[in-house]
Design a protein around this ligand. Structure first.
Ligand code: ATP
Ligand code: MG
Length: 265
C-alpha cells in the first residue's frame, strides 16, 4: 500500500531549483517491480481510492483538486481514464481547459478556473488549468511579460484561498521526453482511434520544446507551496505514471482521512 514517503519522491519542495533536463522521464524509481508487477498493484490502489473518495463524498465538507499539466500527448487523458476508472462518477468532476472563449477573455485569467473548482465532497480534475496562463501565454507572448510575470504570485494566492476553504490542491506535471512525445504524436497520425486527437498545431508546438520546458521549470519553481505542491511524474512509461499518480492520490486522501458522518436519526 502507498506510504507518505512514496509521494515525497516526486514532490517539489517549495523553492526547489527544479532542473527538468536532469529529471529522467523514463525513470521507474520506487516501483514495486517491472511493468507486470507494478500493474498488479493497481487494483488494490484503485479499491483504496474508491473507498477514500466514498468517505470524502459522504463527509461532504472538504474537497480535492488535481491539476494535470503536461506537453501535448504526454498522457493527461490516459491518466484520467486509468486512475479514476474505479471512482464513483458522482462526486468527481473533470474540466478540460482549452483556449479561452471570448467571454472568458473578457475576465481575469482565474475567473473560469474558480468557477470550476470542486465543491465540498468532490474530487475535481483539471485537464490543463490556470497554468496555461504562465505557459502557452508566456511562450507565445499572448500577454506582455509583466502580465504573465505577475501571475505566479496571483496563482499562489488563489491556491492558498482554495486551501483555506477546505480544498486540498495537488498538481501533477507529467514529464515525458522529447523522443517519447514524437512517438506518441506519430501514433496519433497512424492509428485511426487516435487520429482525432492530432491537431495541426502540435508539431509547431513541439518546435518550441525548450521554451515550454523553461516555462514549466519556472512554474514548478515558483508555485510549489506547502498547501499546493507540484509533483513531477516520470511519464514515458504509462504503467509507472498510472501507479505513481494512484499512489499520490491515495496518500493525499489517506492523510485527509475523511469520515462517514454520524447518521442523523
Ligand atoms: P493533448 O495533450 O492530448 O494534445 P490537449 O490538452 O492539448 O490534449 P487540445 O484540444 O489539443 O487538448 O488543446 C487545448 C489547447 O488549449 C492547448 O493547446 C492549450 O495550450 C490551449 N489552452 C488552454 N488554456 C489556454 C489559455 N489560458 N490560453 C491559451 N491557450 C490555452
Ligand atoms: Mg493537444
Amino acid at each position: 500500500m502507498a506510504r507518505a514517503a512514496e509521494s515525497d519522491r516526486w514532490r517539489v519542495k517549495p523553492h526547489d531549483d527544479v532542473d527538468l533536463s536532469s529529471e529522467d522521464a523514463a525513470s521507474t524509481a520506487g516501483a514495486p517491480g517491472d511493468r507486470k508487477a507494478t500493474e498488479a498493484e493497481l487494483p488494490a490502489l484503485q479499491q483504496r481510492l474508491f473507498e477514500l473518495h466514498d468517505r470524502l463524498w459522504a463527509e461532504a465538507t472538504r474537497s480535492v483538486l488535481v491539476v494535470l499539466q503536461a506537453m501535448d500527448a504526454a498522457g493527461k487523458d490516459g491518466t484520467i481514464k486509468h486512475v479514476f476508472s474505479g471512482v464513483n462518477p458522482q462526486g468527481t468532476r473533470v474540466t478540460s481547459f482549452k483556449e479561452p472563449t471570448q467571454l472568458e477573455q473578457q475576465h481575469d485569467f482565474l475567473w473560469r478556473v474558480h468557477r470550476a473548482v470542486p465543491r465540498a465532497g468532490e474530487i475535481g480534475i483539471f485537464n490543463r488549468s490556470h497554468y496555461e496562463d504562465v505557459l502557452v501565454a508566456r511562450v507565445h507572448e499572448l500577454v506582455p511579460r509583466r502580465v504573465w510575470k505577475a501571475r505566479y504570485d496571483l496563482i499562489n494566492s488563489f491556491e492558498a484561498l482554495l486551501a483555506h476553504g477546505g480544498t486540498t490542491v495537488i498538481k501533477l506535471f507529467l514529464h515525458v521526453s522529447r523522443g517519447e512525445q514524437l512517438e506518441r504524436l506519430d501514433a496519433r497520425l497512424e492509428e485511426p482511434s487516435k487520429r482525432w486527437k492530432f491537431r495541426p498545431g502540435d508539431l509547431a508546438e513541439r518546435d518550441r520544446w525548450d521554451d515550454y520546458q523553461s516555462a514549466y521549470q519556472d512554474a514548478l519553481r515558483k508555485t510549489s507551496t506547502n498547501v499546493a505542491p507540484w509533483y513531477v511524474i516520470p511519464a514515458d512509461h504509462k504503467w509507472y505514471r498510472n501507479w505513481a499518480v494512484s499512489c499520490i492520490l491515495v496518500d493525499t486522501l489517506d492523510h485527509l482521512d475523511p469520515q462517514y458522518p454520524e447518521p442523523s436519526v
